[in-house]
Write a protein that binds this ligand. Sequence first.
Ligand code: SF4
Length: 194
Amino acid sequence: MNALEELKQKVLFCTQCPLHKTRNNTVFGNGNPDAEIMLIAEAPGFYEDKSGIVFQGKSGKLLDKILDASGFNRDEHVFISNIVKCRPPNNREPNDSEKKACLPYLYSQIEIINPKIIILLGSTALKTMINPNAKITQIRGQWINRKGRLVMPTYHPSALLRNQNLKRPVWEDFKNVVAKYRELVNPEHYSAHC
Ligand code: SF4
C-alpha cells in the first residue's frame, strides 16, 4: 500500500474530533496523487458527505468548468482536498479544535503529493493555511511562498454562485495559475481559453 492510500485508511476510521459522529463518509480528497497542483477548500458539504467525493453538486460543477477552461481536469492535473475531512453539521465552518485535529492529515497529503502549486479556495482555507488575519478580498490573486511551494488564494466556487461579480477575479487567478504551470511544469500546457 502506498503512503497516500495508508493515510486514506487512517482518515476513513478517524475519530479524532466530534465530526466523526455526524458524518456519513469521510472525504479524503480525490485526484491524481502525483499532481503538481493541489486545491484546498474548507470542508465537505451535503453531497460530499453522501458520496465521499470532494466537490459535488453545483460548486463541484462550477469548479470543473473553471478547471476545464484552464486546460486542467480532476484525474490528471490536480488533487483536491479540504481542511477537514468530515462534514460539519449544517455546513457550519469547522471550529479551531476540529481544524487542529484534522490538519495533520492535510499536511501529510501535501508532503506525499508534493505539488508545486497550491490553490486555496476561500477564506477558511486561506486563514488556516497562511494567516488567521488574512482577508481573501485583499490577498486573492497574489502568489505566496509557503515552504517552497507557490500558493494562490482565490474565492471558493460557492461564493461565485452567490455573487456573479467574483467570476472575473477568479478567472484572472486561474489564468495566473496556468501561466505558472507552463513556467514550472509544462510549457506546452494547452488551454483553449488562456
Ligand atoms: S474531521 Fe478530521 S479529525 Fe475530525 S473525525 Fe474527521 S478525519 Fe478525524
